[in-house]
Design a binder for this molecule. Structure first.
Ligand code: FMN
Length: 410
């Protein structure tokens, strides 16, 4: 066993040297060495030199990591506590199996979905991820351009590096706005008005960040990073910290002593509903009890989410939470889901369980960190291709045909 490990290790080292040898890498000879020398696990990440090289969305993380500050990588990769919820999000998909049908003509496949009466070319949406300037200077605008190329919806974070006006211009149609409510209504109101004035049709209120969180992966990377963060980050009271943030400019922050939204209750949902003409979604619902309350409070849609395993140590995946929410909602409002979506089969399973669409978080920011807009484009292209292929494998030609008959519990 030890000998096998040694030889795998030395093969990997040897391949790295070959890949780093310009004469060989540029000669076109490398592929001739590979079948003889390498197993799939041996192939080093250096082979992903440009976005087109990536075979799947997992390929972008190591490339992004190599280009990012350790603390930024740690922040992105982190879950909470022992990261059981983070892992559960991926493992949850194994608990559902696809029932495929045969002998169906799948020459024409329509992957589009309808959400709030709008047709999207694909059920894959970009989840709100804050501060994308840490991945690439073009940040959220690059993500918007990539979303535009593939016809995807984008949800812009309150903590965006770039303004909603710039992102909307880059996307070509107004994006949806994710709202972190403040304990101070005047701040919440200011953010909502800004998004509404920019033409955003939907506001997604994030409801899963009421508590502080323990991110040990982030802490480990922070300790290994000697960067002087004051060059980019403003420290001090919230009034000073928020003033420079893209979405907070122009909002009266006087007297704001905390950025927490620990006071978030259904009362705020009601207040938000009556303060805006945008459709209101709740992002972070994971139980049928809360889904029923959402309906009672006139919410327009739900995003089943645990913040990518970053909000609580429930150990419960979003895909396992989905069925009870779909049942409670019973088709009255759209249910979107995020958390651990990395393969076309994950997307198919979510739609078969009743989701209208899905969002991805980390995969596209790894793409952004690795190759900017081209990386996000490729991540989306890979997932679109995989999803279309899974539809063909399962024998469906339209997303409207994907239903409970295509899925069973493992
Ligand atoms: C680095 C990072 C930053 C995030 N920032 C936000 C945010 O600003 N607002 C929000 O509602 N969710 C935020 N999320 C959660 C995502 O919207 C989404 O729920 C999650 O990433 C989906 O899981 P996935 O990363 O496994 O795809 C963030 C997630 C990550 C990884």
């Amino acid at each position: 066993m030890a000998a096998q490990r040694m030889s795998a290790q030395s093969r990997r080292e040897f391949l790295k040297i070959l890949a780093a040898t310009p004469a060989l890498a540029g000669s076109g000879l490398l592929p001739y060495f590979l079948p003889k020398l390498a197993t799939a696990q041996d192939l080093p990440d250096e082979f992903v030199r440009e976005a087109a090289d990536a075979l799947n969305v997992f390929a972008f993380e190591p490339v992004a990591k190599s280009k990012m500050l350790p603390v930024h990588y740690g922040y992105t990769a982190s879950g909470t506590d022992d990261e059981e919820t983070l892992r559960a999000n991926r493992e949850g998909f194994k608990k559902f199996l696809i029932r495929v049908r045969r002998l169906i003509d799948v020459r024409n496949v329509d992957t589009s979905v309808d959400v709030f009466g709008q047709r999207w070319d694909s059920p894959i949406m970009l989840a709100p991820v804050g501060g994308q300037g840490k991945y690439h200077p073009d940040a959220e605008v690059a993500a918007a351009r990539a979303a535009r190329v593939g016809g995807h919806n984008q949800i812009l974070s309150t903590a965006t590096t770039q303004t909603v006006e710039d992102v909307n211009a880059a996307r070509g149609v107004p994006v949806w706005f994710q709202l972190y409510a403040s304990n101070y209504w005047k701040v919440t109101e200011g953010l909502v008005k800004r998004a509404e004035d920019a033409g955003c049709p939907v506001v997604a209120l994030t409801v899963d960040r009421a508590s502080p969180r323990n991110m040990e992966t982030l802490e480990r990377y922070r300790r290994s990073d000697t960067t002087d963060c004051t060059a980019c980050h403003t420290y001090g009271p919230p009034e000073e910290r928020l003033r420079d943030r893209a979405m907070y400019r122009g909002i009266d922050l006087s007297g704001v002593e905390s950025t927490a939204n620990t006071g978030l209750t259904w009362e705020l949902v009601d207040r938000l509903k009556s303060a805006t003409s945008m459709r209101v979604m709740l992002k972070g619902i994971v139980t049928h009890e809360d889904a029923r309350l959402a309906l009672r409070h006139g919410v327009d849609g739900i995003i089943v989410s645990n913040h990518g395993g970053r909000s609580e140590a429930s150990g419960r995946s979003t895909i396992e939470s989905l069925p009870e929410i779909v049942e409670a909602v019973n088709g009255r409002i759209p249910v979107i889901i995020d958390g651990g979506f990395r393969r076309g089969s994950d997307i198919f399973k979510a739609l078969a369980l009743g989701a209208s669409a899905i969002c991805i978080g980390r995969p596209y920011v790894w793409g952004l960190g690795a190759f900017g807009q081209a990386g996000v484009e490729r991540v989306l292209e890979i997932l679109r291709t995989e999803f279309r292929r899974v539809m063909m494998e399962a024998g469906v030609t339209s997303t409207t045909q994907i239903n409970a008959s295509y899925i069973e519990r493992a």
